[in-house]
Write a protein that binds this ligand. Structure first.
Ligand SMILES: [Zn+2]
Length: 381
């Protein structure tokens, strides 16, 4: 396996105020752990520098006036700083902008494009894009929830427009619903958006009834989950809802909105996944990519606000992409909770809503009855 780690120090220059959860230290820590493990020199790992997404590429999912508005806002902070102004300015609720935020944001959107180019040329098998600002809340014409441009959405459109792919799947296991990604592809049948997220929670979207519209009806799958949900529910959701839906859609490329704020230690999220749990979920995705699309898989960083947990999850995902199967888990399992989600009811309901009931039975390969009879009876029968 050849895995690309795509990262640029420019991502540290998107500056947020002191104590803001989405801070440069997140990526510093993740790179620090990868270095401390000596994993940057591992066989099969290549480090790549992202190219910037062009305005035309961004404009496939964002309005040009919005793109220029972000560029101008960063430029304004740069000019104010020359006059002694602050390094970061309020831009929208929870979202800030600094002198080099635009440069960081176009490289964050460019990172998965660099990955897709290398995959399509056969230079790498898969990639981890360690980027910020994150992207999945960004709307066509607006910033939202720490996000400036929708990195994963730009990537999906690029794969479709530039390489002529007809089906791209986005799997989003960030604790928040990726409302921006859903919006962008809500009527687009070429992109299957699958999200697990805490509900009720920010941003308030992602009900299971939101399934897409028009030609895109059925290509949005939302799995809202109550706070404290852990791996014992995530795993069957992935195996019994996500996997058959992916199999039915038959993607040619899988993108992951890799947010680790569903980790039990996360200060924003309220879920109970451990690093080992994230490792197993990532393993299911890797298996699916190998089975459905020659392993073509690009993971793109979204949230994750406990620095230790986020760094451990990044290292673990890189390890699994490389074909290994150990988790880097310094924080251990989630604390026990007082109640359990009724997983069977949840799965049955999701499978009903998305017409997946009996899918495996209908689509499983037919057994070779003659061979089975011979084996049961033995060679002399
Ligand atoms: Zn998040």
């Amino acid at each position: 396996m050849t895995t690309a780690l795509i990262y640029d120090p420019i991502f540290l220059e998107h500056i947020t105020p002191h104590n803001h959860p989405e801070r440069p230290e997140r990526l510093k820590m993740a790179m620090g752990v990868l270095k401390a493990l000596n994993w940057l020199e591992r066989d099969g790992l290549v480090q790549m520098t992202p190219r910037a997404a062009t305005e035309d590429e961004l404009a496939m999912v964002h309005d040009r006036t919005y793109i220029q508005y972000v560029a101008a806002a960063a430029q304004k902070v740069a000019e104010e700083q020359l006059q002694g102004g602050r390094p970061t300015r309020y831009f929208a609720p929870n979202t800030y902008i600094s002198a080099r935020s635009y440069e960081a944001a176009i490289k964050a959107a460019g990172a998965p494009l660099t990955a897709i180019d290398a995959i399509m040329k056969g230079e790498i098998d898969n990639a981890y894009c360690l980027v910020r600002p994150p992207g999945h809340h960004a709307l066509p014409d607006d910033t939202m929830g720490f996000c400036l441009f929708n990195n994963v959405a730009v990537a999906a459109r690029y794969a479709i427009d530039h390489y002529g792919l007809e089906r791209v799947m986005i799997i989003d296991y960030d604790v928040h619903h990726g409302n921006g990604t859903q919006d962008i592809f809500y009527t687009d049948p070429r992109v299957l958006y699958f999200s697990t997220h805490q509900a009720p929670f920010y941003p308030g979207t992602g009900l299971s009834e939101e399934r897409g519209e028009g030609a895109g009806l059925g290509t949005t799958i939302n799995v809202p989950l109550p706070a404290t949900t852990g791996y014992e529910t995530y795993e069957p959701v992935f195996r019994q809802v996500m996997a058959p839906a992916a199999d039915r859609f038959n993607p040619q490329l899988i993108l992951v909105s890799a947010g680790f704020d569903a980790h039990w230690s996360d200060p924003l999220g309220g879920m109970n996944l451990s690093t080992a749990g994230f490792a197993q979920l990532t393993g299911i995705i890797i298996e699916l990519a190998q089975f459905l699309c020659d392993g073509r898989l690009v993971m793109v960083q979204e949230g994750g606000y406990n620095l230790d947990a986020m760094a451990a999850c990044v290292a673990t995902c890189v390890n699994w992409l490389l074909g290994d199967d150990a988790a880097v888990d310094s924080l251990g399992p989630a604390p026990r909770t007082a109640f359990r989600v009724n997983t069977d009811v949840l799965i049955a309901e999701l499978r009903r809503i998305h017409h997946l009931t009996g899918y495996r039975m209908r689509n499983a390969p037919k057994p070779d009855i003659e061979r089975l009879r011979r084996e049961v009876k033995g060679p002399d029968a």
